[in-house]
Design a protein around this ligand. Structure first.
Ligand code: ZN
Length: 73
């Protein structure tokens, strides 16, 4: 067990929502998917999120997907 909890409680409010300021790491489009990996976070647009989900979701700590917001207006 690790005890590195300090960084996790900094900004709990709004921590889960992606905003227009969050950009895809690959193409710079607005990010709708956040993959939390052991090595850090990756942000993807809907297109790249779908492309990498098969590869990364299995090893991701969290796969946060807001692509449904694209279709629900
Ligand atoms: Zn992209």
């Amino acid at each position: 067990m690790t005890q590195t909890v300090q960084d996790l409680s900094i900004d709990e409010s709004g921590r889960n929502e992606l905003t227009a300021a969050d950009r895809c790491d690959l193409c710079g489009a607005q990010a709708y998917i956040r993959a939390t990996m052991a090595t850090g976070e990756l942000l993807f647009c809907a297109h790249h999120g779908a492309e990498f989900k098969d590869k990364l979701a299995a090893t991701a700590i969290e796969w946060h997907d807001e692509t449904s917001r694209l279709y629900a207006s």
